[in-house]
Write a protein that binds this ligand. Structure first.
Ligand code: ATP
Ligand code: MG
Length: 378
């Protein structure tokens, strides 16, 4: 059985098939450095918190980093920035390696296929994604997997547009980036990214209102809606302004890039939006309204939001991995749907119901999420 892995700036998520369910394991892509002390030692030894000790410091990694940061009055740090490994973070490599190992788990057999998401090179900055991609690839091969990168936008197409022959425009609004892919019968016609996403919205809104970025992020994630009835002068008002600005920026770039690609005349495609930043109520309506106002060289038959915006990329990567596995068998050529079981669960490693086992540092959350993703049979 193959696996899918979404390596995101804020969340790292794996997906695998367990009979007719897709099981996800998730960790926040962040960590905190705390000084080693008896109290810290005691707290850590009594828990299943993901951590490593190095010299006189302890690094708490993943979902628990935020709690420890609050208790020990430290800032959380992030191994990735703007979609790729952060060059400003000296501990980026060991921290992300640990998170990937925990989220992906051991391969069920040597050479198990894993497709991991990687962003397209951004068109609005000179960042290159190659080093990031090759580094993730080498972590996974060292673990015993056979890794294959998949473009994040293409993963969205695999995950959300199976019912439309894998044809349409997929847009993943993440934390560090926005990834865009236009595909025609599972063939990518245009893929690119923009080095702006939820983090950019938070930074801009924080700067405008004078509030700390963490505070702005938590207001945004806690029931913020894009209804434009809110709070002129407050944080929600500022968030709405920068959300709208990001959407316009993305649409402007789509129009420009599609023009360069010379797409077929009369093309009429569905659009799917996903990623954590697409979560607030009103997001897809706002995107649709702004698309209507733009002059695109193709028409849009509708805009929908993925049912589970945080899991689309992991799910699509899994679809691609399983599809590749099928192809190796040699018969089928179309991508398979993620929730159709295509064989026996593997025999060893993470053992069967590995959901909470490999999700040890955030059991409640992960088991809930696994459950909520369970009945996704298509
Ligand atoms: N309910 C919510 N409302 C608004 N924003 C949210 C919500 N939940 C998460 N987010 C935002 O979504 C972003 C994380 O989304 P996601 O996990 O898709 O990104 P990522 O894949 O880690 O990043 P990237 O693809 O850019 O590397 C963050 O900016 C986070 O603040
Ligand atoms: Mg992402």
């Amino acid at each position: 059985m193959a696996k899918g892995l979404d390596v995101g700036t804020m969340n790292i998520i794996s997906g695998k098939q367990d009979d007719s369910d897709t099981v996800f394991v998730q960790q926040r892509n962040s960590f905190v450095e705390i000084e080693h002390s008896d109290m810290a030692e005691q707290m850590l030894s009594r828990s299943d918190v993901l951590h490593i000790r190095k010299d006189d410091n302890v690094y708490v990694v993943g979902d628990d980093a935020l709690n420890f940061a609050n208790i020990f009055k430290q800032e959380t740090r992030r191994p990735m920035q703007r979609g790729i490994l952060s060059s400003d973070e000296k501990s980026a490599i060991p921290m992300i390696k640990l998170i990937i190992e925990q989220v992906a788990g051991e391969p069920d057999y040597p050479g198990e296929r894993i497709h991991f998401s990687t962003p397209a090179d951004p068109i609005d900055s000179d960042l290159s994604t190659l080093y990031h991609q090759k580094t993730c690839e080498s972590f996974l091969s060292d673990m015993g997997y056979e890794p294959e990168p998949i473009n994040e936008g293409m993963a969205v197409i695999y995950s959300e547009l199976a019912d439309n022959n894998f044809t349409g425009l997929g847009v993943s609004f993440g934390a560090g980036m926005t990834n865009i892919c236009l595909a025609y019968y599972a063939v990518p016609v245009m893929t690119f990214s923009i080095a702006r996403g939820g983090d950019w919205i938070d930074e801009q809104a924080a700067r405008a209102t004078g509030k700390p970025v963490d505070k702005v992020t938590s207001i945004k994630e806690d029931g913020f809606e894009l209804d434009f009835k809110t709070d002129v002068g407050g944080v929600e008002g500022a968030l709405a302004i920068y959300y709208e600005n990001l959407l316009d920026y993305v649409i402007e770039n789509i129009a420009r890039e599609v023009d360069d690609e010379d797409v077929e005349e009369g093309l009429d495609v569905p659009v799917v939006v996903t990623g954590g930043t697409a979560s607030p109520d009103g997001f897809e309506k706002l995107f649709e309204d702004h698309l209507d106002d733009a002059h695109l060289p193709f028409s849009v038959s509708g805009v929908k939001r993925a049912d589970e915006p945080l899991y689309s990329v992991a799910r699509g990567s899994l679809v691609a991995a399983r599809s590749e596995e099928e192809r190796e068998k040699p018969q089928k050529s179309q991508p398979v749907k993620s929730s159709n079981s295509n064989g026996n669960p593997s025999s060893n490693g993470n053992s069967s119901k590995g959901k909470s086992k490999s999700a040890k540092s955030s059991k409640d959350k992960n088991s809930k999420k696994s459950k909520s993703s369970k009945k996704q049979s298509q």
